[in-house]
Design a protein around this ligand. Sequence first.
Ligand code: HEM
Length: 70
Amino acid sequence: MQTLRDCGDPTDVGLAGNPDNPLYRPALEAWLRNAPAMKPMAPDQGRGMPNLGLTQDQIDDLVAYLETLK
Ligand code: HEM
């Protein structure tokens, strides 16, 4: 049976299940799906990542690739 302990230290940002982990999958997918929805662009300040219009397959491929960079 899986217990809370199996999830590891919730403060360890190195763990994939921690929402603060840069590679936390739901957040990474949401960012790649529509970045400006998570953090509005500010072109006047030279900042912002556009919505790239990626397909789910492209998002899956990118997440898999980014996870290899750990
Ligand atoms: C397939 C292509 C791309 C991938 C996989 C990608 C991925 C990412 C990721 C993972 C982040 C970090 C988000 C975070 O803070 O956790 C990021 C941030 C950012 N990206 Fe992209 N990106 C791509 C294309 C682009 C393009 C084409 C642009 C600009 C034309 C861009 C501009 C930015 C900017 C400005 C940020 C920083 C946003 C901020 O924190 O203010 N990215 N990107």
